[in-house]
Design a protein around this ligand. Structure first.
Ligand SMILES: C[S@@+](CC[C@H](N)C(=O)[O-])C[C@H]1O[C@@H](n2cnc3c(N)ncnc32)[C@H](O)[C@@H]1O
Length: 295
């Protein structure tokens, strides 16, 4: 993976899992980043389960080597099943560890991961009737992982809002929404009293009320450099809003541009479970004093 190579760390690949030296780094693309990995000798399946239980309750088996033996260890641990989130649920506080077998007598123990969910994969109980596009799942995941979302009455500017999946989420939360897109929004959504639609380019001047917004969301299809400029310009002005924006790549993803987004003070850049060939940029308003815990 180019991102790991550019970090200059020594890497050993075990299937999809990269074992790296040193402290965890805030890489954008991995589904999950584990800290404090440990290789632990085991005498038997029962001994492996005992050693894991002594550390904490919840474990997920990552199939590395000796899949069947790993499953037998998992059977001796408290049952854990990844549950789909209902939007509004928090990421559970209880630590969730992962383990795998490096060989028959060595466990790889990964006591905690950045996301806090099994394999870093966020699943939701979906809404098949309300939202006019499936893009709403990205925003559900972003807010769940940030641990914060727009409050009722707050103003959100939704750039590239058509057909309206993100605006639907924001309206459901009780926010006032200004959706900006060259394309129209879904007719049923347009009737909503808290929604204003501006059918124009996201990069053309916006009404001054957009300057006072609490949240700036962007899912615009555009070159990453153009989005970066828009975000930098907004951050340079007084009292910038909290920002959630999709960085879309055409062709090969460019690590240099992702690093420029990540270098913005207070920013996080991650690949959400619901992102495709894109990353999500998050930067919360300074005055909130909140650090997103699962990004
Ligand atoms: C992935 S879609 C957005 C989906 C939307 N977030 C949702 O939840 O339904 C990307 C949108 O970017 C819009 N777009 C592309 N270039 C734009 C521009 N310069 N200004 C405004 N919107 C633009 C497209 O019209 C399209 O609706």
């Amino acid at each position: 993976m180019r991102e790991l190579a550019s970090a200059g760390q020594s890497v050993r690949w075990l299937g999809d899992l990269a074992l790296c030296d040193g402290p965890p780094r805030a890489l954008a693309w991995p589904a999950e980043i584990f800290a404090d990995a440990e290789a632990v000798s085991i005498a038997s399946i029962g001994d492996a389960a005992r050693q894991l239980r002594a550390r904490q309750r919840n474990w997920v088996h990552l199939s590395l080597e000796h899949h069947r033996r790993g499953e037998l260890i998992a059977e001796k641990l408290p049952h854990f099943r990844a549950k789909a989130f209902r939007f509004g649920d928090s990421v559970p506080d209880a630590p969730l560890g992962h383990f795998g077998l490096l060989d028959a007598n060595t466990l790889l123990v990964l006591p905690r991961g950045r996301s806090g969910v099994a394999r870093g994969e966020f699943l939701f109980e979906e809404n098949h009737d309300g939202p006019p596009s499936r893009a709403y799942l990205k925003l559900w995941e972003a807010f769940t992982r940030i641990g914060l979302r727009p409050a009722p009455g707050e103003t959100c500017v939704d750039l590239g809002g058509s057909p309206g999946g993100w605006s639907w989420v924001l309206l459901q939360l009780g926010a006032r929404v200004i959706a900006v897109d060259k394309a129209p929004l879904d007719d049923a959504l347009c009737a909503h009293e808290r929604l204003t639609v501006l059918q124009q380019s996201a990069f053309a001047p916006l009404p001054t009320e957009c300057e006072r917004a609490d949240w700036l969301l962007s899912d615009v299809i555009c070159y990453p450099e153009r989005l970066l400029r828009l975000i930098e310009e907004r951050l340079a002005r007084p009292d910038p809003p909290s920002i959630v924006a999709t960085i879309k790549f055409q062709g090969e993803a460019q690590p240099e541009i992702a690093e420029r987004f990540a270098a913005i003070p207070g920013a996080r850049v991650v690949h959400l479970s619901h992102n495709k060939h894109e990353l999500t940029f998050v930067r919360l308003r300074d005055t909130l004093g909140v650090t997103p815990s699962h990004l």
